[in-house]
Design a protein around this ligand. Structure first.
Ligand SMILES: [Mn+2]
Length: 505
């Protein structure tokens, strides 16, 4: 018997056929009306495709077998080791050597890598045109509590084998949504208790936690900027809980990505009122953080569009201005995502430098977009030049701690092997490690710093010092112009700077 649906593909055929047969048999014994049964099966399968989150947390029987998992989740995949640039082994590091010192610090301390639970363990490969393509062997097609726990165990085996110290999560991605806030909180508590046990055993930590305030229909107008008071309150309750569990898991940061905080049209939007509400929401988050003794850094993650036409946290400069206006700069830093940087028309390097010079660089969501594609593709970063520029900013910032590099990146829809999860993270880690090595070469070589120093040397003078100290008035400068005549202007040496950068790649 053929059952259409999205439960089973590719390598899972064997297990899936068994699952289908068992399921069909159970149902046939109950009803005996084969035609009706087939119709129900068809409808059920369609429901699974359309809304994978509709399977209730407590409804295990109707949503597949959610018993424990025997043995390893990633059998045959060893702990990933550094083998150097000449190795041909895809399951090894070519450039990332965790314990090696670069510029006086271990690579693992410069890079503080983190796995993003939502992409790695909840990413299905679905897109607006097509169904999921990824069916990891440990998934049973449900969103049950048992499945959430099994997934959490897979997460810790993955980060342990990968040799990463941190992980990041959204509340609703690690535990299923309940019918009420109380039920959702209870689900979260149960999964978080297991996560705490597993991360203590594995000696891992949470880089940051966050609340998912954009999937549920209640958040269609936004969360803190929703036009509905009850939604604002619900979001506050959800963030309160997400901060509590992040604190419980020893999280070093807490992130606010603006989800649907933005607008689709200014005609029906009171932008001033919405931004005031957002500021009040963030003030309340600061107050609650202090109340529960959570010392993690609060981070705002800029993004210009998607899902709204105009997100309020457009870019680093806009976010910095928002924080200043509402007196929040001392309480927040920025989490810069490279793909969001390019969506806003900047380079990742520009956004990092804008955050850094404003004292706001807190964390990096390490990913990249595609220059031919206009949306947020969340790809693993593989561009060595981009990685070198990123690491130049990170080194200038003295590192990112307590922040780090979160791989907010997903496999392409067409990459469907379990080992692809490892390969993608390995190449992302190696690219940034190579960027760190190159940045160190640039800094130790000194030619680029010298080029920049020379470019501004006219200000290293008595009058220059007066200007920079705010002591040069227009009358004095006019007098100097009459004395000096036409200014002599030097070359910017851009091509030489590019040549120097090329020499370390
Ligand atoms: Mn993104």
């Amino acid at each position: 018997m053929q059952v259409e649906g999205n439960w089973c593909v590719g390598g899972m055929e064997g297990e899936c056929r068994e699952m289908r047969a068992e399921w069909v048999l159970k149902l046939m014994m109950k009803s005996g009306k084969t035609l009706l049964l087939l119709l129900c099966l068809k409808l059920l399968c369609c429901a699974v495709i359309a809304a994978p989150q509709t399977c209730p947390a407590n409804n295990v029987d109707n949503c597949g077998d959610s018993d424990g998992w025997e043995g390893e989740f990633f059998p045959g995949i060893p702990k990933i080791k550094y083998e150097g640039p000449s190795t041909k082994n895809p399951l090894s590091f070519k450039w990332y050597n965790a314990e090696e010192e670069i510029l006086g610090k271990k690579m693992k301390d410069w890079l503080r890598f983190s796995v993003a639970f939502w992409h790695t363990f909840r990413g299905t490969g679905a897109d607006p045109f097509g169904a999921p393509t990824k069916y990891w062997p440990w998934e049973d097609g449900t969103n049950s509590l048992n499945m959430a726990k099994r997934r959490m165990r897979a997460n810790f085996e993955f980060i342990s084998k990968l040799g990463v110290y941190f992980w990041c999560f959204h509340d609703r991605d690690i535990a299923p949504d309940g019918k009420t806030l109380e039920e959702s909180n209870a689900n979260l508590d149960e999964v978080v208790a297991l996560a705490k046990e597993l991360q203590t055993q594995a000696k891992k930590r949470v880089l940051w936690g966050t609340a998912q305030l954009f999937v549920h229909p209640r958040y269609m107008h936004g969360a803190a900027t929703s036009s509905e008071l009850e939604v604002y309150a619900y979001a506050a309750a959800q963030v309160k809980k997400a901060m509590e569990v992040t604190h419980y898991l020893g999280g070093e940061n807490y992130v606010f990505w603006g989800g649907r905080e933005g607008y689709q049209s200014l005609l029906n939007t009171d932008m001033e009122r919405e931004l005031n509400h957002l500021a009040r929401f963030l003030e309340a988050a600061v107050a609650y953080k202090k109340k529960i003794g959570f010392n993690g850094t609060l981070l705002i993650e800029p993004k210009p569009q998607e899902p709204t036409k105009h997100q309020y946290d457009w870019d680093a400069a806009t976010s910095a201005n928002f924080l200043r206006k509402y007196g929040l700069t001392g309480e927040f830093k920025l989490n810069i995502e490279c793909n969001h940087a390019t969506l806003s028309g900047h380079s990742c390097h520009h956004e990092l430098e804008t955050a850094r010079i404003n004292g706001l660089l807190g964390n990096i969501d390490a990913n990249t977009g595609d220059p031919q594609v206009g949306w947020d593709t969340d790809q693993f970063l593989v561009d060595i030049q981009e990685a070198t520029l990123i690491m130049l900013s990170v080194v200038r910032n003295g590192g990112l701690a307590p922040g780090g590099f979160n791989f907010d990146a997903k496999l392409r829809r067409e990459s469907i092997d379990v080992e692809d999860l490892f390969i993608a993270h390995i190449v992302g880690m190696d690219t940034l490690a190579r960027g760190l090595r190159n940045a160190a070469k640039l800094i130790e070589n000194g030619s680029l710093a010298e080029l920049v120093r020379k470019r501004y040397q006219s200000f290293d003078t008595e009058i220059g010092a007066q200007i920079e100290a705010g002591k040069a008035d227009f009358e004095m400068l006019e007098k100097k112009v009459k004395e000096w005549g036409e200014p002599k202007v030097a070359s910017a040496k851009q091509e030489l700077a590019e040549m120097i950068l090329q020499s370390v790649l």
